[in-house]
Design a protein around this ligand. Structure first.
Ligand SMILES: Nc1nc2c(ncn2[C@@H]2O[C@H](COP(=O)(O)OP(=O)(O)OP(=O)(O)O)[C@@H](O)[C@H]2O)c(=O)[nH]1
Ligand SMILES: *[C@@H]1O[C@H](CO)[C@@H](O)[C@H](O)[C@H]1NC(C)=O
Ligand SMILES: *[C@@H]1O[C@H](CO)[C@@H](O)[C@H](O)[C@H]1NC(C)=O
Ligand SMILES: *[C@@H]1O[C@H](CO)[C@@H](O)[C@H](O)[C@H]1NC(C)=O
Ligand SMILES: *[C@@H]1O[C@H](CO)[C@@H](O)[C@H](O)[C@H]1NC(C)=O
Ligand SMILES: *[C@@H]1O[C@H](CO)[C@@H](O)[C@H](O)[C@H]1NC(C)=O
Ligand SMILES: *[C@@H]1O[C@H](CO)[C@@H](O)[C@H](O)[C@H]1NC(C)=O
Ligand SMILES: *[C@@H]1O[C@H](CO)[C@@H](O)[C@H](O)[C@H]1NC(C)=O
Ligand SMILES: [Mg+2]
Length: 889
């Protein structure tokens, strides 16, 4: 019997708790039930090919997903994993798992597994961060997310609070309807009325269908909850009975529901899931109990409905089998009085009328002082042994504790940045400027050229010494120590905790700023927009700032130790940092390559990190570089995240600054064909809208950034928003310019143009016409730019890079269908991004014989050379040669 315990430690503990809890209280029948459930769970794991992944050390992690594989939809893999990959690619049909019962590819309906079972198994086999990712993506696709996840053996339930912490929603409450303002918050931190739907015995009426209708309101109909009529929805559920799902309705200001509401749906019969029922009773504003009869059983249940602040609605639907006797009905009604009501569904009443009735009940329950609860406060309702919280694990708590020590010091972001992020402020900006000047002067043969370099070098040393001499502020000191000392397993949680804390701190400031801005619209918008941009950027604080500061500390330490042979007091810990940064990069964490504020690369820091990556991956790793470039806010980061499952930050407003890199492994089946082991994906800062281009050298900044990244990429994805054709020309010019200079080198490049938010033109003719127009524009701009740059003989875009308008030009439809906040993801979007991904892989394959991929060492020296080149060329761009561009002070 105890051999079972090797299954997992937590299972074993639960088993012991179970013996105490049930054997004594409930007798041996429940004890047998435990073994029965466990057996079913084991069978299912086996059937789905996940039996090895349930134990703690073999859980699936995000890292497992960061791999490019060929035909990944077809290759042999477990159903839950396949579901997960579709979810990450935002495939709204991911839940259709019919015919994937066993690991083989043959369709075998008898072996099919219910989609909810698949979700449960997937969550059981994932680590915490992956669970968070899964739940976030589910919510993005408007799938209901698990609130209470029953353990495989049914002994306890887990409140998935931590898993939901990443979900952020925006909505417009009634109070802001006039000002068009928006609220934005973490879904676990929104206080809202909760409505629970449970079933007693068998009923024909589908809760899930009704809930879908309630949540869809006037929008297009969406299937938030899986119901019988969906493919796979009628397969027998094996382990997901007892699952409580949750979904939300967020108002857009003009709808009949005025504030956010949550609905929950208990799967399975209420009688066998009394624990979940009692939990829902405590947290809900109203509970809807679906039943077909009124009798002894219902009265027994009613006696458990004892929470005075919760209303209970018994939904009585007619059944030919059961006849409700009048006497019992009356008796029940009396017992119910004060606690709730009976709502009868008449035989003649059709579904849509009935749904309206339910919606009305919900609407009338939302009163000014009805019960509201935050998901994060539901934790307080989990004191019973059968309820656990997914955050209360030791490794999580330590990480959270450490993170909290740093973030709780942050009261005012701007102030905090000034006090803590010292090295990356003015000092680093001045250093960047000096470095630029040094590069620019290096090749000049003016008279004072002998003196200048040494003078500049002296200045550089002074600045680095200043950096070196700074005492580390406590925030940074803690961060570096934690970063170096926390275990490899704890680190991702630690970073995640800091990130989410910082997100909520800067969210408030950002919202406040935006609100202030939207309320005062006047003609001189240009300047104001720019100021807002600047303010948002000043008051944004993320992990990248901490890592950037760390990079500067490393750089100054290195510089001083090289020049003067002095070591700082933290030298030992500092020397370990690149290795650790390499680890987290390999774990799928994005690292800053180009600092967007100083528009410079901390060369020593990046070099040493990449060197470590090289060492850790066994050396001689070859990689290809894919970069995305485009006007700000056009969905660049979203595109990369969807395509490769990455974690680049996504938000409205100028979000990405500088350039971030992420490493993705190439699967063994593709290594040979693609000729590389890694793909380096680079996400860049959005180029500024044209109306801002003239302001404070931002055009130069954009150009410099673009030139740099275009040149070290093998494939550049140029992302454009169809609405913004002026912005389009601006960015095309920049790209063409970069490529034109690039021409000097002999690296063969490829360029993909992506027009986002454009539906496919309706006819083939129209499509051809659009493409031709685009090609003409591209060629004309190329020719013009080439003439200006004094390079006649280049008249077509394809003279610069490989380009075919048929293959390398994409229309991507709008990702969202319907208006926010209840918009769902378009299937076409995910389909098209998937095609683009395949195309990129093919391009890299074709490139293999043309030019060899770079090894990491070569890549480092390539960046170095490019950087110098760009710095040297920079004065060429600048209209004011002496001053040079100034950005973001
Ligand atoms: N409606 C709609 N919204 C989108 C689409 N793609 C992305 N978004 C949203 O647009 C916002 C900006 O997306 P990001 O991916 O951060 O855009 P970005 O180009 O990386 O932005 P910057 O890095 O700031 O330049 C996010 O709120 C996305 O959810 C789309 O196809 N349609
Ligand atoms: C499941 O665990 C096995 C053994 O630990 C591992 O090899 C496999 O990669 C895991 N499955 C997935 C999909 O990662
Ligand atoms: C599925 O089950 C049905 C009856 O239960 C049987 O007739 C059919 O042959 C089975 N199909 C397969 C592919 O096993
Ligand atoms: C009702 O629920 C609230 C929590 O929402 C709880 O504090 C209270 O004790 C419950 N009342 C009863 C009678 O169970
Ligand atoms: C339901 O019945 C109402 C009349 O009671 C009718 O107006 C409505 O069209 C019906 N809806 C459907 C979907 O049949
Ligand atoms: C100076 O310029 C020449 C060509 O103009 C180039 O070959 C050389 O590498 C440059 N020197 C430095 C130090 O950049
Ligand atoms: C939670 O919401 C409150 C307002 O209801 C806000 O003050 C607080 O900052 C939020 N906390 C987090 C962590 O988002
Ligand atoms: C989305 O999922 C469906 C079924 O689950 C599948 O047929 C389709 O190929 C998937 N699409 C993409 C782009 O992966
Ligand atoms: Mg971005």
């Amino acid at each position: 019997m105890f051999a079972l315990c090797k299954y997992s430690v937590s299972l074993c503990q639960s088993f012991l708790a179970y013996i105490r809890f049930f054997f004594i209280l409930q007798g041996p029948n429940m004890f047998l039930y435990f073994f029965y459930s466990l057996e079913i769970f084991k069978e299912l794991l086996e059937q789905l090919g996940m039996k090895d992944n349930i134990s703690k050390d073999f859980k699936l992690t995000l890292k497992d997903y960061l791999i490019v594989e060929e035909n990944f939809m077809e290759i042999k893999q477990s159903v839950p994993w396949r579901y997960f990959r579709k979810l990450m690619a935002l495939n709204r049909t991911a839940r259709n798992t019919v015919g994937q019962g066993c690991q083989s590819n043959q369709r075998d309906d008898n072996n099919s597994v219910h989609p909810l079972d698949v979700v449960c198994v997937l969550l059981h086999c994932s680590d915490h961060l992956l669970q968070q990712e899964i739940v976030s993506k589910m919510s993005m696709c408007q799938f209901a997310v698990p609130l209470l996840l029953p353990a495989g053996d049914g002994t306890y339930c887990t409140l998935m609070l931590g898993a939901m912490r990443d979900i952020v929603k925006r909505w417009r409450p009634h109070s802001l309807a006039d000002s068009k303002g928006l609220m934005e918050d973490n879904v676990v931190n929104v206080s809202m009325p909760t409505f629970s739907f449970v079933r007693l015995g068998k009923t024909k009426l589908s809760k899930s269908k009704i809930l879908n209708q309630v949540l869809s309101q006037d929008q297009q109909h969406l299937d938030f909850f899986i119901h019988d009529n969906m493919e796979g929805g009628n397969i027998e559920r094996k382990i997901s009975n007892g699952l409580v799902e949750m979904s939300w309705y967020f108002p857009s200001g003009s709808d009949s529901i005025l504030e956010p509401i949550a609905v929950t749906n208990l799967r399975g019969n209420l009688e066998s899931n009394l624990n979940q029922f009692s939990f829902l009773s405590r947290v809900s504003t109203a509970v809807f109990i679906f039943t077909e009869s009124i009798g002894e059983r219902e009265i027994r249940i009613l006696s458990k409905c004892d929470n005075s602040s919760t209303k209970y609605y018994f939904i009585l639907s007619p059944s030919p089998r059961i006849h409700v006797r009048k006497k019992e009905y009356e008796k029940f009604k009396t017992a119910l009085s004060g606690k709730g009501e009976i709502i009868k569904k008449e035989e003649t009443e059709n579904d849509s009328d009935f749904q309206k009735k339910i919606i009305q009940v919900i609407q009338s329950s939302i009163t000014r002082d009805c019960k509201r609860i935050k998901i994060q406060d539901m934790e307080q309702q989990t004191s019973e042994p059968y309820l656990r919280v997914d955050e209360l694990y030791e490794e999580l708590l330590t990480a959270k504790d450490f993170a909290g020590k740093i973030t709780k010091e942050i009261k005012d972001v701007i102030q905090y940045k000034k006090e803590t992020m010292i090295l990356q402020g003015d000092l680093w900006r001045q250093i960047s400027k000096l470095e630029k000047e040094m590069c620019a002067r290096r090749n000049q043969t003016t008279t004072d050229s002998e003196e200048h370099p040494s003078e500049l070098k002296r200045q550089l040393l002074t600045l680095r010494e200043k950096q070196f001499a700074h005492h580390l502020p406590p925030g940074i000191q803690h961060f570096i120590e934690d970063f170096a000392n926390l275990s490899h397993e704890e680190k991702p949680y630690y970073l995640k905790c800091i990130k989410s804390d910082l997100d909520s701190v800067s969210r408030e400031t950002r919202l406040a700023l935006r609100e202030k801005h939207s309320s005062q619209k006047d003609p001189c918008k240009k300047q104001e927009q720019h100021q807002l941009d600047q303010k948002i950027s000043d008051s944004s604080l993320g992990i990248e700032h901490f890592l950037r500061e760390m990079g500067q500390i490393y750089e100054s330490e290195n510089f001083i130790s090289k020049e003067k042979g002095i070591k700082g007091e933290n030298a030992q810990i500092i020397s370990k940092l690149p290795g650790i940064a390499a680890d987290i990069l390999l774990d799928g964490f994005p690292l800053e390559l180009i600092d967007g504020d100083a528009s410079n690369i901390p060369m020593q820091w990046i070099t040493d990190i990449l060197q470590e990556v090289d060492t850790k991956t066994g050396g001689r790793c070859r990689m290809r570089v894919i970069t995305v470039l485009g006007v700000q806010g056009t969905g660049k980061s979203t595109l990369l995240n969807t395509m490769f499952g990455l974690q680049f930050p996504v938000a409205s407003g100028r979000c990405t600054r500088g350039a971030f890199m992420n490493l993705i492994r190439v699967g063994s089946n593709l290594k040979k064909k693609m000729g590389c082991d890694f793909i380096l994906v680079i996400d860049t800062e959005g180029l500024r809208a044209p109306e801002l281009a003239s302001l404070e050298g931002s055009y130069e900044h954009d150009k410099e950034l673009a030139t740099l990244v275009v040149r070290f990429s093998d494939v550049t994805i140029v992302n454009m928003d169809m609405k913004n054709t002026i912005g389009e020309e601006g960015i095309l010019k920049i790209v063409i310019h970069s490529l034109l200079i690039m021409k000097k080198g002999n690296k063969k490049l490829n360029c993909q143009f992506v027009h986002q938010k454009v539906p496919d033109p309706s006819t083939q003719e129209e499509l051809m016409r659009d493409k031709n127009t685009f090609q003409e524009m591209l060629d004309k701009m190329t020719a013009d730019t080439a003439t200006v740059a004094g390079k006649p003989g280049i008249s077509r875009f394809s003279d610069l890079v490989e380009f075919s308008i048929d293959e390398d030009h994409w229309y991507v439809p709008n990702m969202l269908i319907g208006g926010l906040p209840m918009a769902s993801i378009s299937i076409d979007y995910s389909e098209r991004i998937f095609k683009l991904k395949k195309h990129l892989i093919n391009i890299i394959k074709q490139h293999k014989p043309i030019n060899a991929p770079l090894g990491i060492k070569e890549f480092i020296s390539w960046i170095d050379r490019l950087c110098e080149a760009v710095k040297r060329e920079n004065p060429v761009y600048s209209s004011t040669p002496s001053g040079g561009p100034k950005y973001g002070t």
